[in-house]
Write a protein that binds this ligand. Structure first.
Ligand SMILES: C[S@@+](CC[C@H](N)C(=O)[O-])C[C@H]1O[C@@H](n2cnc3c(N)ncnc32)[C@H](O)[C@@H]1O
Length: 219
């Protein structure tokens, strides 16, 4: 599938373990899922305004670091809130949205694929993966993190619900708890092989050549 430039031009009860492989249950992400978690007042867990603020932080900090954002890959892009937000912030960047949900691919025109093994044969300046990895079992999530290391040539924004988040940081009435909860250390250990964590869910690739002061990274 061709990437779309953000200015419109076409440029080309929680479980700690679960044995089912996430790639088999794409049907879970159907109309009912998005209605409950994204569309219906009262049960909606996130909306476009929170992504607008987040995308402002991500693109603003990357601008400060002088890391260009000419291409964006959004893995598990859902309703496309990042595409909308980035259109205002980096209108000349190309955007590619990839989804495992066949429902959302049909509805929004996203490319069908999985964060575990999506391999378009190129890398992107910014890879976004928000709220996806907790749906994968340990082996799949580990493979997905390796894949993120291949797909990003600059920055990564990653959000994944952790065990501590479930216990202390989220509203359980709104948040989907039928996921694989792991520790933050589990994620960091794997991410740090290829990325430096900057905080705020933002990571830069070690090979991107960004020079950071010690207190600008989470070591
Ligand atoms: C909590 S939603 C997040 C949607 C979007 N990233 C956002 O933050 O608005 C999780 C999304 O991940 C997608 N997803 C689940 N497993 C996936 C996989 N293996 N590869 C790509 N997307 C996946 C689901 O279809 C769903 O749209």
């Amino acid at each position: 599938m061709a990437s779309t430039a953000l200015d419109g031009a076409v440029t080309s009860t929680p479980r700690d373990t679960k044995i089912t492989f996430a790639m088999t249950d794409a049907k879970r992400f159907d109309a009912g899922y998005y209605r409950r978690f994204y569309e219906k007042a009262g049960t909606c867990v996130a909306d476009s305004s929170s992504v607008e603020r987040l995308a402002g932080f991500v693109t603003g900090y990357l601008r400060y670091l002088q890391l260009p954002v000419r291409s964006v890959l959004d893995l598990g892009c859902g309703l496309g809130h990042w595409r909308t937000a980035l259109k205002a912030l980096v209108p000349r960047a190309s955007y590619r949205g990839v989804e495992w949900s066949e429902y959302q691919c049909d509805r929004m025109g996203w490319e069908h694929g999985s964060v575990v093994d999506y391999a378009p044969g190129r890398a992107f300046d910014l890879v976004v993966c928000q709220g996806v990895l907790q749906y994968l079992d340990d082996a799949s999530a580990a493979r997905a993190i390796q894949n993120l290391g291949r797909l990003s040539q600059g920055a990564l924004y990653l959000e994944a619900l952790t065990r501590r988040d479930w216990r202390h940081n989220v509203d359980r009435a709104l948040t989907d708890g039928d996921v694989h909860l792991r520790t933050g250390d589990w994620y960091m250990h794997r991410l740090k092989r290829k990325f430096m964590p900057l905080g705020g869910g933002l990571f830069v690739r070690r090979s991107a050549g960004v020079s950071l002061f010690e207190l600008e990274t989470l070591t």
